[in-house]
Design a protein around this ligand. Structure first.
Ligand code: ADP
Length: 833
């Protein structure tokens, strides 16, 4: 079936028909030319005629000469009046009659004066010639009648004489010939005229087609450059409107459900109104647009009153012809192009073909622009989410983060009012909002939760709920906070336990439903809001736990301080009295009582050690550890330490090796506390090394470059061949009361293999090292009682402490090491042998 289903013609739309009445007639043009030529030639002939008669004697010549001259002058005057371009004027008929009358009068005058029937020849010629100068058949007819009657009158009674009768017959023949000539001439000219018009029409149509093709090519080139769908559609409708002259051009695009066609672009006032009203048609249902969207075939109706599929739209009530072309790529329908005209037969087959090709190009460009737009919005969404994610990690102010989420969401999804509300006391408490009037504080507002309402549905499904137009839901309860809601979407805020704790609500004041892409974007932001709220909750819990820990820690410190102080005095008494008892001679004689007193003394001694440690720790924690820095030679200090642990080492058959430290420079340190620290480290090494193992104490000078410690340092390492320490404990073993082993391993012995203590030793060591502005850390491959990978405790100590003056250092070094060559700080070192 030819899609152009109504009467057709070759004239393109928008071009007016070729109106014959408005154009100069070719016949009239040629008549004018003939008249001008006839007037000129006849005028000359009459002058010649006058000249010839002036040479003849007689009365007739006296009349005919002036008559001929007058006729010549009149003809010249008429010739003078006839100008090129007069062919369209009605006066041309008057001039042709005037010429005919002059010739007629001259013919009759000659005939009457001469009474010679042969003079009828001029009338015969007049009748034949008039067929060329008269356009109108009635004028020719009138002339014929006048000539015949006049001739009969002039001939008088002699008319039936053979000489007159022959000329009479000649006149009748001339009249007939005149009619035939005029008819043939007019017919020929008419035919020529019609051919000329056809040629003009063809040329016009060709020009039109060339213009259409040019437009098509230029549109095809231009539309590929559009990256914005709306700009592309506007360009297409405007170009079709201006270049092709269609009264209405509109484009409908399918919505994401594929069920509706939304008006997206159009020309003219009506189209703008359709756009403003958000006109949408159901695919496959309403009007020619619906028909085309259903069958995916273009259609052209040149008289809409004769097509049942046509649906009259009030805003386009004057439409007489409509052409609708589908826009699609492959099987996917993207939309339709709708063209309407106020004229019947407005669209030609050529228009139809052009629009179909244009629709193909527009479809491709449309798909490209849509893909670009969706990619761009996806990128913008990712960037916004990234920004929000960064903000989330940088602040714990939940209000700030939620405000940021709403403002960022606004750049991705359009909404009039946005709310983050949390479930509290059976209601929804707004914790962040956007789009509220200036005088309303959004966070003061509460929303009611209704049985079976939107919030409950969201809680049950844990899925977003989008409502295209809440006005369609009679059960929708408008809240005072959101009175103008039309399109609405609610998204669940889900916590770490997968429970819905609140809602992200977005609403628009227009029935412009949220697309699934918009809902997906909003869901991503709702997820961020959920994380923010979860983080805030965690932060609160963490702060609370931290506060509790701090108070526990301080209670523990207080207890240590208090207990150590309180135990000290009775312990001194117990120790003192036990020693007194042991020295009592009476007791020495009673061995059982003596060994009891010994037990009390040993126990008191052990207790004293623990109380001393507690005292040390209390001092460290209260930062009241009094250190007396003095230049200290590590070699002698370490020799003392080895000496002190030798009994324990030999008890456990541990070989303690001390590297030669004599080459190490003296460091500024509190000798007593540093000795205590190293003794603890070596004792630990002995304790956690199986019998027969080895403890190696080594040291080296090195430059340190770490936070809080730089410059020349001494690094002492206590390495053992013991059971090792699991890396997960490497940091924490320096905390007070931290014990790696099982509590069941706790032992009151100080040298027993793996005999755990109270967990204070390393805490004190670290406190002492830190008070020296030093650093301590442990290295070990892990805990393995069988393989015994060993542990290496490193102590890094600065050579120089800021509290000692340089002079004092030099004095010490000169006293202690008189053989050493000593240079001041900043002086170049002497190159001693
Ligand atoms: P304690 O006072 O109980 O000995 P410390 O603070 O001295 O406690 O040590 C803490 C923990 O570190 C110990 O329980 C032990 O498990 C581990 N530890 C310390 N030194 C060593 C070592 N040289 N080898 C293996 N483990 C060690």
């Amino acid at each position: 079936m030819d899609p152009v289903n109504e009467s057709k013609h070759d004239r393109p739309a928008g071009i007016p028909p070729n109106d014959a009445a408005s154009e100069p007639s070719g016949v009239a043009l040629w008549t004018l030319e003939g008249l001008r030529l006839s007037a000129t030639v006849l005028s000359i002939l009459y002058v010649a005629y006058a000249y010839l008669h002036s040479r003849l004697p007689g009365d007739i010549s006296r009349v005919l000469v002036p008559w001929a001259l007058c006729s010549s002058l009149l003809l010249l005057a008429i010739r003078w009046q006839l100008k090129p371009g007069d062919e369209g004027r009605p006066s041309i008929h008057i001039y042709s009659v005037a010429v005919a009358v002059i010739v007629l009068c001259h013919g009759f005058v000659v005939l009457a004066l001469t009474r010679n029937p042969s003079q009828s020849v001029s009338l015969v010629l007049l009748l034949v010639g008039s067929s060329y100068i008269f356009l109108s058949r009635s004028l020719l007819g009138g002339l014929v009648v006048v000539v015949l009657i006049g001739w009969v009158v002039v001939a008088g009674p002699e008319v039936m004489m053979s000489s007159w009768r022959d000329y009479g017959m000649a006149l009748i023949s001339a009249a007939t010939l005149g009619f035939i000539l005029q008819t043939t001439r007019l017919h020929t000219y008419g035919r020529l005229e019609s051919l000329r018009r056809q040629a003009d029409d063809r040329a016009l149509a060709l020009r039109q087609r060339a213009r259409h093709l040019e437009t098509l090519i230029s549109v095809g080139h231009s539309i590929n450059g559009f990256l914005n769908v709306d700009a592309l559609l506007d360009y297409v409708v405007e170009t079709l409107h201006t270049s092709f002259g269609y009264d209405y051009v509109g484009i409908f695009l399918t919505d994401e459900t594929g069920r509706y066609l939304d008006s997206r672009a159009g020309t003219g006032v009506a189209a703008k109104q359709l756009l403003a009203e958000g006109c949408r048609l159901e695919v496959g249902k309403q009007g020619l647009v619906g028909w085309v969207s259903r069958y995916r075939e273009p259609v052209c109706v040149n008289d809409v009153t004769r097509d049942d599929r046509y649906l009259k739209v009030d805003l386009l009530a004057t439409t007489q012809a409509e052409m609708v072309v589908p826009l699609g790529v492959g099987d996917a329908l993207l939309g339709v192009l709708d063209l309407q005209s106020d004229r019947v037969d407005a669209f030609s087959a050529e228009d139809f073909r052009v629009c179909c090709s244009l629709a193909d190009q527009v479809s491709t460009a449309l798909q490209n622009a849509s893909m670009y737009e969706s990619e761009r919005s996806r990128r913008s969404l990712m960037e916004t989410l990234y920004r929000v994610g960064r903000a989330l990690s940088q602040t714990l102010d939940v209000g700030e983060v939620l405000d940021l989420i709403l403002s960022s969401l606004e750049t991705v999804v359009a909404f009039d009012v946005g709310i983050v509300a949390l479930h509290r006391e059976g209601m929804l408490k707004i914790v962040a909002g956007r789009g509220f009037p200036d005088d309303v504080e959004s966070t003061d507002e509460w929303l009611a939760i209704r049985d079976g309402g939107a919030y409950q549905v969201i809680c049950e499904t844990k899925q977003p709920l989008s409502i295209a137009d809440v006005a369609d839901l009679p059960a929708w309860e408008y809240s005072e906070v959101l009175p103008n809601t039309r399109a609405w979407v609610g998204l669940p805020l889900i916590d770490a336990e997968d429970a819905v704790i609140g809602i992200l609500s977005l609403s628009r004041a227009t029935p412009d439903p949220y697309s699934s892409a918009e809902v997906a974007s909003s869901a991503a932001f709702a997820g961020q809001a959920g994380i923010a709220l979860h983080n805030a909750q965690l932060y609160l819990e963490l702060s609370e736990a931290y506060r509790r820990l701090r108070s526990l820690d301080s209670a523990k410190s207080d207890f240590i301080t208090l207990a150590s102080h309180e135990l000290r005095t009775p312990l001194t008494l117990v120790t003192g009295y036990s020693h007194m008892l042991l020295e009592e001679p009476l007791l020495a004689q009673q061995s059982s009582l003596y060994s009891m007193a010994q037990g009390v003394a040993i126990g008191a001694g052990r207790l004293q050690q623990i109380v001393d440690r507690m005292m040390d720790l209390a001092e460290i924690e209260s930062q009241s550890l009094q250190l007396e820095f003095a230049p200290t030679l590590l070699h002698s200090l370490m020799l003392d330490v080895v000496q002190q642990v030798s009994a324990a080492a030999s008890q456990r058959h541990i070989h303690v090796v001390l590297e030669d430290f004599s080459a190490l420079a003296a460091i500024e340190a509190d000798q007593a506390s540093l000795g205590k620290a190293f003794r603890q480290l070596v004792m630990n090494a002995i304790k956690y090394t199986p019998d027969g193992g080895q403890v190696l104490i080594s040291g080296e000078v090195r430059l340190a470059d770490q936070e809080g410690l730089s410059g020349q340092c001494v690094e002492i390492t206590v390495a053992d061949t013991g059971i090792g320490i699991d890396p997960v404990h490497h940091e924490r073993i320096f905390d007070k009361f931290y014990n790696v082993g099982h509590v069941g391993l706790h032992s009151s012995g100080t040298v027993k293999f793996r005999g755990g203590g109270p967990g204070l030793g390393l805490a004190i060591v670290k406190g002492i090292v830190t008070a020296h502005r030093g650093d301590i850390w442990v290295e070990s491959d892990g805990l393995d009682v069988d393989a015994c990978p060993g542990s290496r405790f490193h102590v890094l100590l600065p050579v120089v402490q800021p509290v000692l003056g340089e002079e004092m250092r030099l004095k010490f070094l000169q006293n202690e090491c008189p053989d050493l060559e000593i240079s001041r700080v900043g002086e170049p070192e002497s190159s001693g042998d």
